[in-house]
Design a protein around this ligand. Structure first.
Ligand code: TYM
Length: 333
């Protein structure tokens, strides 16, 4: 049987960024031809940050448009919105009831985010976020979850919860593995190359956005922070800026880092950055144009998502009813 894949992305910003694209979304597209793929816009997870309703609505639609624009094909993949399938919340609650408080408290993303905003401003939803994520995944019984490095711990927890449930209540869940591509697992911020590229960075100057204009992205790449020295060589410890650009260039061109380095022997950072800017913007230009095109027809987007929800719901509700039964909950007769 074809192996199944599930992954998700939050609609928390106006645009996805190059880290999302190289770290996860490109793999989503690739896996469509070999796997039975389920991709989810996790709008409920986006409620853990401050909500502006009009903006959230716009961003959910923009997320769908971008996923179609990068090549997610609704004929091959089930593309849907998390809140359209209530089983996510229902199974999330079950996982909250088998997760230890200490275990949840050890999630580094929770620790980082709650430390930044302080306990009083941290919502409980942020604490239970990983259990909802486990539900997103396990409802679909996938073998693989394509994500970037920052999701590794959440996938580990998901595996633990699946195994725990199976050993206490019977073999219900497939235990999934994270699918993380080493070379692009952590794309760094162009201005702060020791921090990952992130939508929540204080400044977007180092974040390449899929929906940004090519001109803006060229400017960001040309002003990327580089390191002392002038050789274009991969050395993460001493040259994090150049190494990040080399990883990006290699991922997009499909060439090895060594062969790119060889092109720049005797040349400087300026030439290299100019070429990286070109290759990145030429890759993103058609994606942006296609996404803007999809956004012109909101109804068509809603129709695709509605069909996706129907297909997702069929799988999810089946898993949920097995879970409830295994727990001893009575079916409604
Ligand atoms: P999110 O929305 O922050 O990011 C979406 C995907 O992009 C990857 N990513 C990166 N990869 C490489 N370098 C980077 N700088 C970078 N930044 C982000 C993320 O690892 C992710 O794969 N909790 C998840 C959303 C989620 C989910 C799920 C994922 C909810 N339910 C179920 C998989 C399965 C998140 O916040 O991703």
């Amino acid at each position: 049987m074809t192996e199944r894949v599930l992954s998700g992305i939050q609609p928390t910003h106006d645009s996805f960024h190059l880290g999302n694209y190289l770290g996860a979304l490109r793999q989503w597209v690739e896996l469509q031809s070999t796997h039975d793929t389920y991709y989810c816009i996790v709008d409920l997870h986006a409620l853990t940050v401050e909500v502006d309703p009009a903006l959230l609505r716009k961003r959910i639609l923009a997320s769908a448009a971008q996923l179609l624009a990068i090549g997610i094909d609704p004929k091959k993949s089930t593309l849907f919105i998390q809140s359209h399938v209530p089983a996510h919340n229902q199974l999330g609650w079950v996982f909250e009831c088998i997760t230890g408080f200490g275990e949840a408290n050890r999630m580094t993303q929770f620790k980082d985010k709650s430390q930044k905003s302080g306990t009083d401003r941290t919502v409980v939803g942020l604490f239970t976020y990983p259990m909802l994520q486990a539900a997103d995944i396990l409802l679909y019984q996938p073998e693989l979850v394509p994500v970037g490095e920052d999701q590794r711990q959440h996938i580990e927890l998901t595996r633990d919860l699946a195994q725990r449930f199976n050993s206490r209540f019977g073999e219900v869940f497939t235990v999934p593995g994270a699918h993380i591509l080493k070379s692009t697992a952590k794309i760094m911020d162009l201005q702060e190359p020791t921090s990952k590229m992130s939508k929540s960075a204080t400044s977007l100057a180092g974040v390449i956005e899929l929906l940004d204009t090519p001109e803006a992205n060229v400017k960001k790449i040309k002003s990327a922070v580089t390191d002392t020295g002038r050789d274009v060589t991969f050395d993460e410890a001493n040259k994090p800026g150049i190494s990040n650009l080399l990883s990006i260039c290699s991922a997009i061109s499909g060439r090895t880092v060594a062969s790119i380095e060889a092109d720049y022997v005797g040349k400087g950072y300026g030439d290299f950055k100019k070429d990286v800017a070109e290759i990145v913007t030429e890759t993103l230009r058609p994606i942006r144009e296609a996404a803007l095109g999809y956004l012109h027809d909101e109804q068509a987007l809603l129709d695709i998502l509605s069909e996706g929800a129907q297909r997702a719901e069929a799988v999810a509700s089946k898993t949920l009813s097995i879970v409830y039964k295994s727990l001893g909950l009575l079916p409604r007769s």
